[in-house]
Design a protein around this ligand. Structure first.
Ligand code: FAE
Length: 539
């Protein structure tokens, strides 16, 4: 009997494309063909994850002429749902909103004692919350990663932080080459100052600014990836509303320049990028013939993961984010597929010192029934006049659609304490050693700044927002950083030590705190790594 011919590289990639297209419309694991590459059918470049780090590598490798396969555990958010929209409002969540949850888990749990979370159908939604014992990590799921759900604030880190905490990054090259490259390719723009100064949608921000300045803290306007022209047009009713219609953490239908409109668009336009969605990379193993084998699971409609084969690759770029990348490496070690992992893997984790806190303004200082979801101001108690505090606090919206008189802040603080990831063999899952004691310096620093603001404004804290009776929410982060630190677990070029051909390119490289909202720093560091990786690939 004649054997069927072995699948060529072309048919394997064709299969991947078909599977991807299938999974966009129907994430039915049973229907998804298994992913497999044979010994003689090895992809050159495999990227795990399509957030900032993955998108940068995808663009730079394809621009240099390389074929790239990218695996993403979330969906490709390009198909509208029944209501004609791709994403939901924060106030009208459904199965598109959260990653396999029966109920939303919003950062603000209650308002005036009333629970905010809503029952929703389970589905592969766009916002995940990964719960560890004393820390919950929010993360974007889908093609574009965190860019799909974030507030678009594109803030450059203080030079002192890069110099002190990132010794393997040349600060001159970072600020003269990689940061501008990231800003330009992402499409970072400034908000229109006159609009911010007058629009009813930014009253909350002006109120927050005035009280901070009254206490002597400088306030800066932050650049953004939300299109300022669109923002103004929607506020004036000339364009479809998104930021002004309670859309952000479950995605923006308009206005935001997420990664699918920048790096990933460029990579796709090259014709050399294949993205396979709703597949999760679970372990990494060295191939005896050279290169690496990545084991894959497909994501079923109920969130069950099912084995879906393997992909062999000459080079693997890990871009699953701080939690995703560290988890993949520690699982591989625990399952015995990866030996000699550097001891530094799992170490050096921090939540960027995130603390959320709310203040109650006087009734004479309403924050507005209309609030844009896109923040534009940060209190700079890090590099500004009050720099001893080392706090950068985003003045955050509370777009509830009613007057709340609340000023809300997401503070970023310089907490020296670090957590560490481990593996629980009994439950076969990632653990995070982080406790409220770890967060205590962050709470203290935020309290110093907010106490001063309360004193100057004659106001007090809100204690009804986080479901705990506490004023300071220290148990969640939007900004997970670290786990595979640059220069420690990797060399200065992001190459995993002792594992030639494996690169780490995401937020897991950064030192637990970067002093500002982190994606711009992650993108710039990924640009730096991409330069070396492209050179390696061409050598
Ligand atoms: P990330 O963007 O998380 O991408 C990782 C991707 O890999 C995701 O798409 C995952 O689904 C995928 N993935 C993970 N594990 C696997 C696996 N095993 N197999 C296949 N795929 C996998 O990583 N930052 C700012 O600078 N400004 C802001 O205004 C801001 N606002 C935020 C608001 C919210 C609600 C949240 C959650 C975050 C916010 N951030 C903000 C943080 C920012 O989005 C985050 O630092 C970056 O997205 C992290 O980039 P990475 O490339 O590390």
């Amino acid at each position: 009997m004649t054997q069927p011919p072995a699948p060529s590289r072309r048919t394997v990639l064709g299969g991947i494309l078909t599977a991807s297209a299938l999974s966009l419309t129907a994430p039915a694991a049973s229907a998804a063909p298994r992913l497999r590459t044979d010994d003689d059918d090895v992809v050159d470049h495999l990227i795990v994850g399509s957030g900032y780090g993955g998108a940068v590598l995808g663009h730079r490798l394809t621009a240099a002429g390389h074929q790239v396969l990218m695996l993403e555990m979330g969906q490709d958010w390009s198909t509208p749902g029944k209501d004609g929209k791709v994403f939901t409002k924060m106030t009208e969540p459904d199965e598109r909103s959260m990653w396999f949850r029966d109920r939303t888990v919003m950062p603000l749990a209650t308002f005036l004692g009333v629970p905010i979370d809503k029952v929703i159908p389970r589905g592969p939604g766009v916002l995940d919350r990964i719960d560890f014992a004393s820390m919950s990590v929010y993360a974007g799921r889908g093609v574009g990663g965190g860019s799909l759900v974030n507030g678009a604030m594109a803030v450059a880190p203080p030079r002192s932080l890069v110099e002190e905490r990132m010794p393997d990054v040349n600060p001159d090259a970072f600020y003269s080459t990689y940061l501008p490259r990231a800003q330009q390719t992402l499409g970072v723009r400034s908000h229109d100052a006159a609009f911010v100064a007058e629009s009813p949608y930014y009253q909350f921000s002006r109120v927050g600014r005035a009280s901070a300045e009254k206490a002597g803290f400088p306030v800066v306007e932050v650049p953004s990836l939300y299109d300022p022209d669109h923002l103004q047009a929607e506020a004036e009713g000339r364009a479809p509303a998104s930021a002004t219609a309670q859309e952000v953490i479950f995605g923006n239908n308009h206005g935001k320049r997420d990664l699918t409109k920048s790096y990933l668009r460029l990579a796709r336009a090259s014709g050399r990028l294949t993205i396979r969605t709703l597949v999760r990379a679970t372990t990494l193993a060295r191939r005896p013939q050279g290169g690496w084998t990545v084991t894959i699971e497909s994501v079923g409609p109920d969130g069950t993961m099912r084995p879906a084969g393997t992909v062999a690759a000459k080079r693997v770029y890990l871009a699953g984010g701080s939690v995703g990348t560290t988890e993949l490496l520690l699982r591989s070690q625990a399952h015995g597929t990866l030996a000699d992992l550097p001891d530094a893997v799992g170490q050096g984790w921090g939540p960027n010192g995130n603390i959320m806190v709310g203040r109650a303004n006087h009734v004479t200082s309403p924050t507005g029934m209309k609030q844009s979801t896109i923040p534009v101001h940060g209190i700079d108690a890090w590099t500004g006049a009050a720099r001893a505090d080392r706090v950068f606090a985003e003045i955050a919206p509370l777009p509830a659609g009613i007057e709340t008189w609340v000023s809300l802040y997401l503070a970023i603080t310089d907490n020296p304490r670090r957590g560490s990831f481990g593996w629980d063999p009994a439950r076969d899952r990632l653990t995070l050693d982080w406790s409220p004691e770890h967060a205590a310096p962050s709470v203290a620093a935020t309290e110093r700044v907010l106490d001063a603001i309360n004193r100057a404004a004659g106001t007090s804290y809100r204690v009804d927002l986080f479901g705990t009776g506490k004023a300071f929410s220290d148990g969640f982060t939007y900004h997970p950083l670290g786990g595979v630190l640059l220069g420690q677990a990797t060399d200065a070029g992001g190459r995993l030590r002792g594992h030639e051909g494996v690169y780490v390119v995401d937020g897991s490289l950064l030192p637990g705190v970067v002093g500002v909202n982190p994606y711009l720093t992650i993108t710039a560091v990924a640009e730096m790594i991409a330069e070396g990786a492209v050179r390696d690939a061409s050598a």
